[in-house]
Design a protein around this ligand. Structure first.
Ligand code: UD1
Ligand code: CA
Length: 525
C-alpha cells in the first residue's frame, strides 16, 4: 500500500499480525486550537462520521502501541479528555493511556515534550520506539502505521517519516531530500522559499522515533522559524546532523494522509470515511438501495439482510439487527433495534429500544427512553417519550405517549394523549394488559387503567380505573331531526340572522332578548 525509500516489497507480512506491538509507545498530539477551522470548538473534537476526530488517532495508537499511549491535550483540555475517557472506558485489556496537558501551545515539538514525564516516571524502561501521530489525520490506516514501524526497525533508523506526493502541497511541511534521495529535513510551508514550495512530497505528520533519541532531540529544539514555535519536524535534521538514519515511507494513496485544518478538509475526510463505512457494511451483507445517500456513523452496527432505503441516517451507537427494513428519510440515533423490524418513511428515533418484529412509522417520533416491545405497532404522527409499549400493543395514529407504561395487547386509539405534565411536575400513566383506549382520550396522570378495561372514545380519565371497567365521560348528545334543512331554508330567505338559528333551542331561551339585541348591534358596528 505504500512505497518505502528503499523500495521494499509491498506484499511483506504485516508486523506482529494485528496485535499491539511490545516495546512501542505512542504519543498523540491533540492540543491545538485549529484556527483555520473558524470554530469555537477545538479542532480535534469536530466529528468525522459521528466520532470526534481525535479518537481516530487515539484508537489507532491503542491498536498498534503495546507499551503505553499518551495523548497531549491543551485547547479545551477538559472536553477533549472527557471524549477520550468516555471512548476508552470499560474496555479491558487495553494498553495504559495517559492524558497530559500542554498549557502553552508552543508547537508540535513542545507538545510531544509534555509527554516526557509519562515515560520517565513510569518506572519502566524507555520504550524502544515511539509512534507520534497528529490528532487531525483521521484517514490513516493501521496497516500503514505497522509498515512504518517495520521499515523503521528494518532500516535501524532514528526517525522514520510518512510522506505523500500531492499535486497541491500548499499548507503542508515539505520533505527536502539530498542528491542521494535521502531525507535531509522538513520545511514548513510558512518557512519555505520558492524552491522548497515547489516540492510535491509532504510530511503527513506520522512518525516513528527511537526511544533513545526522541526526548534528547526535543530538549534541543529552538523556535527559530516563522511561527516562533518548537517544531517536531526539526528532529529530522537533527538526526541527519548526528549521522543517524532517517527513513521514509510514501503513501500510495495520498488521501490517507489528509490533515484536517479547514472545514473543507473536514468535509473531504468525512466523505472518505463514510464511503469506507458503507463498503464495510455492504461487504457484511447489508443492502443499500442508494449507498451514496445512506449515512452511517462510525459507531453503528447493522445485521445481515437489513435493507436501507435512500436518505437514511444511522447515527451514534445505533445497533440494528437482521432483516430490518428502514425506509427513506428516517434518522435513528443511539438506538438498539432487534430483528425483522419495519421502519417506514420519515421517522426520528433517539436513544430508544425496539424489539423484534415491531412496525413503526411513517412519521413516528421516539424521544429518549422508549421501549417498543415485540411485535408492537407505532404508527403515523405518534410521539413517545420515556414510555414502554408492550408486546403486540398498537398506537397507530396521532398520539402523545409520555412517561407511560403500556402493557401487552393494548389498543391506543387515534388522538390519545397522556397528560403527563401539569406545568410543574411530570407524572406517570400506567395502562395494564389488554386495555382498549378509544379515540381522542386524555389520560390525566398520575393515573392507572386496570387490565382489560375499555375507555370510551372522547373520555378524559382523571381517576384510577379498576380492572375490566368501562369508563365514559362525554356531554350528552342532542339531536334535532330536520334542523339543518330548516336553517338552509331560512338562510335562503335571507330574513334570519345566522346567530339566531345556530343557537340550540334550550340555550336560546336563556338569553334575554335585550342582551341579544345589544350583541347584535355590537356586531353590526
Ligand atoms: C504539521 C507539520 C507539517 C505537516 C502537517 C501534516 C509541524 C511543525 N508541522 O503541520 O510538517 O505537513 O502537520 O498535517 O509539526 N498541536 C499540539 N500542540 C501545538 C501545536 C499543534 O498538540 O502546540 C497538535 C494539533 O492539535 C494537531 C497536530 O499537533 O493535532 C498538528 O498541528 P497543526 O497545527 O495542524 O500542524 P500543521 O500546521 O498542519
Ligand atoms: Ca494539521
Amino acid at each position: 500500500m505504500s512505497r518505502s525509500q528503499e523500495q521494499e516489497t509491498k506484499t511483506r507480512p504485516v508486523l506482529h499480525g494485528d496485535r499491539p506491538v511490545a516495546g512501542v509507545a505512542a504519543i498523540v498530539m491533540a492540543a491545538g486550537l485549529g484556527k483555520r477551522m473558524q470554530s469555537k470548538q477545538a479542532k480535534v473534537l469536530h466529528p468525522v462520521a459521528g466520532r470526534s476526530m481525535v479518537l481516530y488517532a487515539v484508537e489507532l495508537a491503542q491498536r498498534v502501541a503495546g507499551h503505553q499511549v499518551a495523548v497531549v491535550v491543551g485547547h479545551q483540555a477538559d472536553q477533549v479528555s472527557q471524549v477520550i475517557k468516555e471512548s476508552t472506558a470499560g474496555k479491558n485489556g487495553q494498553v495504559p493511556l495517559s492524558i497530559v496537558e500542554q498549557r502553552e501551545l508552543l508547537g508540535t515539538g513542545h507538545a510531544v515534550l509534555q509527554a516526557k514525564p509519562v515515560f520517565l516516571e513510569s518506572g519502566r524502561p524507555m520504550p524502544a520506539q515511539f509512534i507520534i501521530l497528529n490528532g487531525d489525520t483521521p484517514l490513516l490506516r493501521e496497516s500503514t502505521l505497522r509498515e512504518l514501524l517495520e521499515v523503521h526497525r528494518r532500516q535501524e533508523a532514528a526517525v522514520t517519516i510518512l510522506t505523500a506526493l500531492l499535486s497541491d502541497a500548499s499548507g503542508y511541511g515539505r520533505v527536502v531530500r539530498s542528491s542521494d534521495e535521502c531525507v535531509s529535513r522538513i520545511v514548513e510551508d510558512r518557512d519555505a522559499n520558492a524552491a522548497v514550495k515547489a516540492i510535491h512530497e509532504i510530511n503527513v505528520g506520522t512518525y516513528v522515533v527511537e526511544g533513545d533519541f526522541l526526548f534528547s532531540a526535543l530538549d534541543q529544539l529552538q523556535p527559530t522559524n516563522a511561527q516562533g514555535e518548537f517544531y517536531l519536524t526539526d528532529i529530522v535534521q537533527m538526526a541527519v546532523e548526528q549521522d543517524r538514519r532517517v527513513a521514509a515511507v510514501t503513501l500510495e494513496d495520498p488521501n490517507e494522509g489528509l490533515g484536517v485544518n479547514t472545514r473543507l478538509q473536514l468535509a473531504e475526510a468525512e466523505q472518505v470515511v463514510r464511503r469506507q463505512i458503507r463498503h464495510r457494511w455492504l461487504a457484511a451483507g447489508v443492502r443499500m438501495i442508494d449507498p451514496a445517500s445512506t449515512w452511517i456513523d462510525a459507531g453503528v452496527t447493522i445485521g445481515r439482510d437489513t435493507v436501507l432505503y435512500p436518505n437514511v441516517m444511522l447515527e451514534g451507537a445505533t445497533m440494528i439487527g437482521e432483516d430490518v427494513v428502514v425506509r427513506s428519510g428516517s434518522r435513528i440515533t443511539d438506538c438498539t433495534i432487534g430483528n425483522r423490524v419495519e421502519i417506514l418513511d420519515h421517522c426520528v428515533f433517539r436513544d430508544s429500544q425496539i424489539e423484534d418484529d415491531a412496525t413503526l412509522g411513517p412519521f413516528t417520533h421516539l424521544r429518549p427512553h422508549v421501549l417498543v416491545r415485540k411485535g408492537a405497532k407505532v404508527g403515523n404522527f405518534v410521539e413517545a417519550k420515556k414510555t414502554e409499549i408492550g408486546e403486540g400493543s398498537k398506537a397507530n395514529h396521532l398520539s402523545y405517549l409520555g412517561d407511560a407504561k403500556i402493557g401487552k395487547g393494548v389498543n391506543i386509539g387515534a388522538g390519545t394523549i397522556t397528560c403527563n405534565y401539569d406545568g410543574v411536575r411530570k407524572a406517570e400513566t400506567i395502562i395494564e394488559d389488554g386495555v382498549f383506549i378509544g379515540s381522542d382520550t386524555q389520560l390525566v396522570a398520575p393515573v392507572t387503567v386496570g387490565a382489560g378495561s375499555v375507555i370510551a372514545a372522547g373520555t378524559t380519565v382523571t381517576q384510577d380505573v379498576p380492572l375490566d371497567s368501562l369508563v365514559i365521560s362525554r356531554v350528552v348528545q342532542v339531536t334535532r331531526p330536520g334542523w339543518a334543512a330548516k336553517r338552509r331554508a331560512l338562510l335562503a330567505e335571507g330574513s334570519v340572522p345566522t346567530s339566531r338559528v345556530s343557537l340550540p333551542k334550550s340555550k336560546a331561551k336563556k338569553v334575554k332578548p335585550s342582551a341579544r339585541k345589544a350583541k347584535a348591534s355590537k356586531r353590526r358596528t
